[in-house]
Structures are given as structure tokens and as C-alpha cells.
Design a protein around this ligand. Structure first.
Ligand code: SF4
Length: 329
């Protein structure tokens, strides 16, 4: 059996809440709370959820921009959570990130050439001539031209800037790209172009993606499998088509109700998501979605549902679908 490229096990990130002059710890914000998943080489795992659900924190922990509170992140069999800073610097050649706002993530005072060369310089790769060749090559690969290297970020449109962001992520020839809301800041007409580019690059360069977004419609376009997060937990994980045709978790159904369906004959159960997301510093007991769930029962308020595989490749954390739980009562 082929091992996944990345395995995330029981990952947690708790941010301490400090109060008072002495900064004593008064509880914590459970930004990511016991999340596990894997990503196979060459596939795209989409991670979706509303803002504050922990999806970006998960991506940042995989990059080790944040240290996990608990859990392991195995990349090619090595636990990234245990690597020293020097070892992690090497590992980052293989794992790169594309950010949401390409303007904020590109230094406005640096030329595109300087921005693109930087990852090679940081990792000590190539001499000046080789770096220059690689910059020109990557600009062509992402649909720009070598003459763009002289320009500055403000001289580009949003879509072009995100192409530069993608080129920068590819400079060190990584295996895994974590794309954190890569098209959310772009016009809808440009989003499809950038998504198509990412799909072409994935095929040509055999890339593996974790694609983080709040919009299930965008994630569907690109993902093989999709994980839905709510208040720091993974509540449903399934192959893309399984999730879109047969969502099981009421929260996933609610998110999908907002996605337009191109086929007028396709009828989907509509669930209106009402109420605000509770604070992750004081999450509801039991199923954290029970304060917004139209199907909640008493047990939902006290018992945390486990993520259980209910059909091949399709897992959900909901008492309605937790056969183990139902068999126990
Ligand atoms: Fe709703 Fe209960 Fe399922 Fe949570 S466990 S999603 S509250 S039915």
C-alpha cells in the first residue's frame, strides 16, 4: 500500500488566554482541536469552513509557522512537529504556501525578480545565473513573461500578482503546496483562470495540494476530497462527489445550501445556517454545532460525536450518523 505524502494525527492548537498584570493563563482558545487527515501524493484535499474554524491555523501548523500544542504532522514519514528549526528550514523546500492576498504577501519595494529569487537564496540553491534562469522559467510556467521580472507588484493586476505568488511557491520545486484562500481576493472572472492554472500545474509538476477556502463552490472545482471544519474540529471528510451529492453533517448541508446548483433538476435539502459561530474560547459542550443545528437532540448537548467512517471514504462526526453510538444505546 502506498503511504500518504502527509499524515496529520490528532493535531491541536490551543492559544492561551492571559489576563491581569502577571499575564496568568485563564483558559485557552481551541483553534484546532484534535484534527486528523491524510493527503495522498498528487491529490488535492480541500479544507472548508467559515472564518475562525481553524482551517488556516491547520495550514500554518503544517508549515510550522505555528507550533502545534499536540499531535503529529508526518511528511514523507518524518514528523514535522519534532524537527528542529534548521531541519524544518530544509523541509520547507518541499512544502510551500500560497497566500490569500498576493499584494500583502509580495514586498512592494522589491522587483518580481528579487521576490522570486528570494526562496532560492534562503535555501542556498543555484548561482546568480541559475537563479535568473529559474525566475524566467517560472514566470513562463505561470503564464507571465520574463520581461515581467523587472516590474514591481503594484504594476500587476490581482490575478497576475497571484500568478507571481504561485511562481514564488514553486521556485524550490516543492511537493506539497498549501493554498490558503488563494482566489478569495480575486474577481470571480479571474478566479477560474487561477484555478485552471493551479490544476494544470498540478498535472504537469505532479503537485499535491491542500486547498483552504470558505467557499465550497470554489473547493469543489479543484478537490479530490474535501474536509469540512467547524470550531476547530473536522466534522465531515469525504470524496468531493460524495460530499456534494450526499452531505451528511447538518453543517456541511448548510454550507452547500448556499452553493448554486447548475442542474435545475438536482434537488438538495436546504438548511439555513442561522446564528453566529460561538467563540472558540468558550465552545458549546457536546457537539459544538448544537447551538445552530436544527436536528439537535439532548445527547448532542453533552456527548462529543466522533468522526466515524459511515461509507467507504466518507466520515462524519454527528450522532445522527454515528452507528457505533446508536448501537450502544
Ligand atoms: Fe446536529 Fe447533534 Fe449532529 Fe451535532 S451531533 S450536528 S447537534 S444532530
Amino acid at each position: 500500500m502506498i503511504e500518504p505524502l502527509l499524515k496529520v494525527n490528532n493535531l491541536k492548537k490551543y492559544f492561551p488566554i492571559r489576563k491581569g498584570v502577571l499575564g496568568r493563563e485563564h483558559g485557552s482558545v481551541k483553534a484546532v482541536d484534535d484534527v486528523s487527515f491524510y493527503v495522498n501524493e498528487g491529490e488535492t484535499l480541500g479544507i472548508v469552513g467559515e472564518s475562525g474554524c481553524g482551517k488556516s491555523t491547520t495550514g500554518r501548523m503544517i508549515m510550522r509557522l505555528l507550533d502545534p500544542t499536540e499531535g503529529s504532522i508526518e511528511f514523507e514519514g518524518k514528523d514535522l512537529a519534532k524537527l528542529s528549526n534548521a531541519e524544518m528550514r530544509n523541509a520547507r523546500r518541499e512544502i510551500q504556501m500560497v497566500f490569500q492576498d498576493p499584494y500583502a504577501s509580495l514586498n512592494p519595494r522589491h522587483s518580481i525578480r528579487k521576490i522570486l529569487e528570494e526562496p532560492l537564496i534562503v535555501h542556498g540553491l543555484g548561482d546568480a545565473k541559475e537563479r535568473s534562469r529559474r525566475v524566467n522559467e517560472l514566470l513562463e510556467i505561470v503564464g507571465l513573461s520574463s520581461y515581467h521580472a523587472k516590474r514591481y507588484p503594484h504594476q500587476f493586476s490581482g490575478g497576475q500578482r497571484q500568478r507571481v505568488g504561485i511562481a514564488r511557491a514553486l521556485m524550490t520545486n516543492p511537493k506539497l503546496i498549501i493554498a490558503d484562500e488563494p482566489v478569495s481576493a480575486l474577481d470571480v472572472s479571474i478566479q477560474a483562470q487561477v484555478l485552471n492554472l493551479m490544476q494544470d500545474l498540478q498535472k504537469d509538476l505532479k503537485l499535491t495540494y491542500i486547498f483552504i477556502a470558505h467557499d465550497l463552490g470554489v473547493v469543489r472545482h479543484i478537490s479530490d476530497r474535501v474536509g469540512v471544519m467547524y470550531l476547530g474540529k473536522m466534522v465531515e471528510l469525504a470524496e468531493s462527489e460524495q460530499l456534494y451529492n450526499n452531505p451528511l453533517h447538518p453543517y456541511a448541508k448548510g454550507l452547500l445550501s448556499a452553493v448554486p446548483v447548475p442542474d435545475p433538476d438536482f434537488k438538495r435539502e436546504q438548511i439555513l445556517l442561522t446564528g453566529d459561530i460561538p467563540s472558540p474560547s468558550n465552545p458549546p459542550t457536546g457537539c459544538t454545532f448544537h447551538t445552530r443545528c436544527p436536528f439537535k437532540t439532548d445527547i448532542c448537548k453533552t456527548v462529543v460525536p466522533k468522526l466515524v467512517e459511515v461509507e467507504k471514504g466518507h466520515s462524519v462526526a454527528c450522532h445522527l450518523y454515528d452507528e457505533q453510538f446508536n448501537n450502544d444505546i
